[in-house]
Design a protein around this ligand. Structure first.
Ligand code: FES
Ligand code: FES
Length: 158
């Protein structure tokens, strides 16, 4: 066990965990932050997608020892605060388009969508199909068409 300090959703946290403990389990089991979902644990399904320093990452594939005190992890729970509202525009679009079916993949889908829109804009790209094709989050319920409609609507309000 070792002590690890980093930021989660705007707060500095310190946890006791083995160096190789994956950040997903630190979030879910030690910190009670359960928005990031467990699907595969091997960086494939993307159900755990969250942000690190504003960029999408998959905490199931990152060891806690690789986080530093300056690293800011944002999960779906902390997304609204990044825009100072009760809901992020992408979450509002998700509701408007009634995207979720079982819902399991949806926190990761929204976090991936926000990161991808921000990344594309920082690179001067339009939010088109080629950009959206880069999102690899799996939805076993097949909500992909509604996801794309919602991303377009959410991006327009970001
Ligand atoms: S649980 Fe993290 S990518 Fe599948
Ligand atoms: S809504 Fe069920 S897995 Fe995506």
């Amino acid at each position: 066990m070792a002590t690890h300090t980093f930021k989660v959703n705007g707060e500095t946290v310190t946890v006791e965990a083995g160096d190789t403990e994956r950040v997903l389990w630190v979030l879910r089991d030690l910190l009670g932050v359960r928005g990031p979902k467990y699907g595969c644990g091997i960086n494939v399904c993307k159900a755990c997608t969250s942000h690190i320093n504003g960029k999408a990452f998959n905490p199931c594939a990152v060891q806690v020892k690789d986080l530093t005190e300056d690293d800011e992890v944002t999960t779906i729970e902390g997304l609204p605060a990044t825009v100072g509202k009760d809901l992020h525009p992408m979450q509002e679009a998700w509701l408007e388009y009634d995207v979720a079916q079982c819902g399991y993949c949806q926190p990761g889908q929204i976090m991936a969508a926000v990161a991808k829109v921000n990344q594309a804009r920082s690179e001067g790209k339009e939010i088109d199909d080629s950009v959206l094709d880069e999102i690899r989050n799996v939805c076993r319920c097949g909500t992909y068409f509604r996801i794309r409609e919602a991303i377009a609507a959410g991006a327009a309000k970001m």
